[in-house]
Design a protein around this ligand. Structure first.
Ligand code: ATP
Ligand code: MG
Length: 419
């Protein structure tokens, strides 16, 4: 077992020794049953948050979401961590949540109150059957109160209880549904899908940032093309990504498959270029989505660069080096190159091949220092003016294209302009 899994088992054993019920819960049980590596291991217990803090000691716990019954338990401090002056070993907390039942939902996102309960009640307040299982690592047994095992076998996503009511309680669950069917390659049970189709319009109560976080996982996934299709099938796109329904799905799927590296940025840029027939329209859509989803400037910049320059890489086979080089030294070039691979047809990918070849060359620097600088010109008595920039950029181009290769040649050229 991985270190986080062992740490969760350690916590469970200690809670048991103190007389409590404790099991693994939710996503980690689902992922382990699917043979996937869980992102994190959450523990559920009948110990109250106060009892959890008592069992492990206040110093080793963090009151994460104490009102929701979630305590973070830190791994034991190893003796050498205390004495050595070296950087403290990062102690990652494990989430330990008290079994609970959720009260009323009035804001469409979070329960107004929670009451502590038992394992079965805790299973019933979870969103989907595949997320509602527990695992007892000491007995090696799955505790399934919601039919999650069968749905997992049949690859079905189904809400626990009445779909309409569950999406009414928390609108974010609709987008989580799209994320789970995408990333786990499931189908949606008809009532679950129908309920989303009916309630899609209420997704607006969820913050743009939260929507953006889910969309990042959908778009960056291997099945991202299907994720966007689920978005349209469920009707959520009208409120999350208006216009997405006109996507050429087969084309998007083919393009997704061509990328070496699938990230949110490469997935987004490829989707935008597939959805729109002009760079301007793709850019406009990106601006709108970026605002709604509260995308970071780093994300926006990488996607924007790929949207505006990937086509140039596709067409760069005979481009002068002085035009290609500035594209290749951009900090987001790996995103752009992957998007170029996605949108290039296999027969016409000579441009992409060239870009990749140039990037991999070791026989000359990709970005050599300029032969002359503005200072060099001033020192030679040339007065700064509007022609200055023009000259320097002409010299840079001539240098890159091999027309001028020494400082003296550059100065001679300048003197000819200046006379
Ligand atoms: P991942 O960690 O890969 O995102 P996950 O299923 O673990 O997937 P989390 O957001 O970590 O998702 O939530 C842990 C568990 O808490 C879920 O498996 C589910 O049982 C429950 N849960 C999370 N969000 C909700 C929600 N909005 N409504 C009901 N239950 C939820
Ligand atoms: Mg999780």
């Amino acid at each position: 077992a991985s270190p986080p899994a062992r740490e969760a088992v350690r916590i469970i054993e200690q809670l048991r020794r103190s007389g409590f019920v404790a099991v693994l819960a939710g996503g980690c049980v689902r992922d382990a049953l699917l043979g996937r590596t869980p992102k994190d291991f959450d523990v559920a217990t009948d110990a109250t948050p106060d009892s959890v803090r008592e069992v492990f000691g206040k110093r080793n716990t963090l009151a994460f979401g104490a009102s929701f019954g979630v305590i973070g338990v830190l791994p034991p401090r190893r003796s050498q961590d205390d004495s050595s002056g070296s950087a403290a070993v990062l102690r990652e907390p494990t989430e330990v949540a008290t079994f609970r039942a959720d009260g009323n939902y009035s804001d469409g996102r979070r329960p107004d109150s929670v009451t502590f309960g038992d394992a079965q009640a805790d299973a019933l307040r979870r969103d989907f059957t595949i997320n509602g299982m527990f695992y007892d690592p000491l007995a090696g047994k799955v505790l399934d109160y919601v039919g999650g095992l069968q749905d997992l076998r049949e690859k079905h996503l189904r809400t626990i209880g009445d779909a309409v009511r569950r999406f009414d309680e928390d609108k974010l669950r609709m987008l989580r549904a799209v994320r789970f069917v995408t990333t786990l390659d499931l189908t949606m049970q008809p009532q679950t899908l129908a309920a989303i189709q009916e309630h899609a319009g209420t997704i607006g109560v969820v913050s743009g940032e939260r929507i953006g976080a889910e969309m990042q996982r959908v778009v960056a996934h291997h099945f991202g093309h299907r994720g966007l299709k689920w978005l349209v099938t469920s009707g959520l796109h009208r409120f999350v990504w208006p216009g997405a329904e006109t996507m050429d799905w087969e084309r998007l799927q083919t393009r997704y498959a061509r990328m070496d590296l699938l990230t949110f940025e490469t997935g987004m840029a490829t989707s935008l270029l597939t959805l729109h027939d002009s760079i301007a329209a793709a850019t406009e859509d990106l601006r709108r989505l970026g605002n709604n989803w509260k995308l970071s400037t780093a994300h926006l910049r990488a996607i924007q660069t790929a949207v505006s320059t990937a086509e140039q890489l596709v067409d760069c086979e005979t481009m002068p080096w002085s035009r290609l080089q500035p594209l290749l030294i951009d900090r987001d070039i790996s995103t752009t190159l992957n998007v170029a691979k996605a949108i290039a047809d296999p027969e016409t990918k000579a441009g992409v091949d060239r870009a990749e070849h140039e990037l991999g060359r070791t026989d000359r620097p990709l970005d050599p220092p300029p032969l002359v600088t503005g200072n060099d010109l001033i020192q030679r008595g040339i007065t700064p003016g509007p022609h200055f920039r023009e000259w320097l950029s002409h010299l840079r181009q001539a240098q890159l294209d091999g027309e001028i290769s020494t400082f003296d040649e550059a100065i001679q050229w300048i003197n000819r302009q200046d006379s």
